[in-house]
Write a protein that binds this ligand. Structure first.
Ligand SMILES: [Zn+2]
Length: 146
């Protein structure tokens, strides 16, 4: 397990990371999802769980995570047959949440370079809009290195 506390975005997130460290549990492995993450599993497939991000990005209405059941930290470790599940889950989320705009992204590798706080690979789906809010603010993209 590897956590990057410098990338925590709030005190409560840091507390959860300390709890994970004390319990020696990865927050995104199955025991950690129950004891640390605590948000319910919204959908499960052969290789993934879908759950809410308990520390949603500012301004998001929807912030869900697709988390591999296996503790992996790189996309190279996703079996080719499981990529289709990611696409199906993404489509399921878009339909379930009635999203007309949003983003799907995944960071991988060196957490000093990605700004990620948890090594366990996770796909993030964010949306800040509702279909009836045409003039809501657009997605703020902070991905980048400058
Ligand atoms: Zn894990």
């Amino acid at each position: 397990m590897n956590l990057h506390k410098n990338n925590a975005r709030s005190d409560i997130q840091l507390e959860r990371m300390n709890l994970a460290e004390n319990l020696k549990l990865c927050p995104f492995c199955s025991k950690g999802l129950i004891q640390i993450h605590k948000a319910p599993i919204e959908k499960e497939t052969e290789a993934f769980f879908v759950t809410k991000n308990v520390f949603p990005y500012e301004g998001t209405r929807v912030h869900l995570l697709i988390i591999p059941k296996e503790h992996i930290s790189t996309i190279a470790d996703i079996a080719p047959k499981h990529w289709i599940e990611i696409g199906e889950l993404f489509q399921w989320i878009v339909k379930k949440e009635n999203l007309d705009a949003g983003a799907l992204f995944v960071r991988f590798g060196n957490m000093h370079k990605t700004g990620s706080s948890i090594e366990h690979l996770h796909f993030q789906i964010i949306s800040g809009t509702k279909t009836d809010e045409e003039d809501s603010e657009g997605l703020k993209v902070k991905l980048g290195y400058k």
